[in-house]
Write a protein that binds this ligand. Structure first.
Ligand SMILES: [Fe+2]
Length: 250
């Protein structure tokens, strides 16, 4: 029988208690975090195999150049003939290293559900409407201050089948490319005040309270554009004690 939200919430509470008592600092979620059921099935069970020539992967891996990324790529509301439905927002922040120095020229990619909580992807078949004017993918390069900026719509919450009546809080997936595909980091940004944050085993797999709080953007009224959009601010720190937690570890 599928576990209930109450079952999952109790498991989450036990995991957080165990982390608090362990007294050691973690820097990424457990690969096999039980409340997030499918994480147990996904990760390698054997130690990773060291490759002889790590650079060989670059010959067949994805690559990009500055000329590939255009201004239009960072505005997810202007990718189709019409305007997407939903609450228009700007999401902006800086990519920083452990010393707070800007990480320039970094490829930042995002993907997200539409305002109804539906991905434009064939695997997402839940009964929420698709938006013909919203695909939900964008990218940009960080500027000299390490800054990135996207215009999009606020994604909706969506159901998933981790347990009975499981709902993901609104979130935007982020990828940072690094200087080679093997350095790519992937994480998720959340929205402040979302009542679903406490119920989500993916966010809660970040067992450190402060690290979890760092995955939630700040609402910033100064970023709002009159008659047009609201704004959120979210910085990404690549390593060090204030690092942004990422999926799969570094
Ligand atoms: Fe998602």
């Amino acid at each position: 029988m599928s576990p209930t939200q109450r079952d999952i919430s109790e498991e989450i509470a036990r995991e957080h208690e165990a982390y608090a008592h362990a007294g050691s600092v973690q820097h990424h979620p457990d690969r096999g975090y039980a409340p997030y059921r499918s994480s147990l099935l996904r990760h390698p069970k054997q130690p990773l195999v060291a490759v002889q020539d790590p650079e060989a992967v670059e010959l067949s891996g994805p690559a990009f150049g500055v000329t590939d990324v255009t201004e239009l790529d960072s505005d997810l509301t202007r990718r189709h003939a019409g305007e997407p439905l939903g609450e228009r927002i700007v999401v902006t922040g800086r990519v920083l290293d452990r010393a707070g120095r800007p990480v320039r020229g970094q490829l930042v990619e995002i993907w997200q559900a539409n305002a109804s909580g539906r991905y434009a992807h064939q695997r997402d078949q839940h009964p929420a409407p698709l938006d013909p004017n919203f695909t939900g993918a964008g990218r940009c390069l960080t500027d000299d201050r390490g800054g990135y900026r996207f215009t999009t719509v606020k994604p909706g919450a969506y159901p998933w089948r981790n347990h009975t009546n499981a709902w993901r809080p609104a979130h935007i997936h982020f990828s940072l490319f690094g200087t080679a595909f093997t350095q790519r980091l992937v994480t998720q940004m959340y929205f402040p005040g979302d009542p679903l944050l406490a119920y989500d085993p993916i966010l809660q797999s970040v067992t450190d309270d402060a690290a979890r709080a760092r995955l939630v953007a700040d609402y910033d009224h100064d970023l709002s554009v009159p008659e047009r959009s609201l704004g959120y601010h979210w910085d990404i720190v690549l390593d060090g004690p204030a690092a942004t937690w990422i999926e799969e570890g570094r």
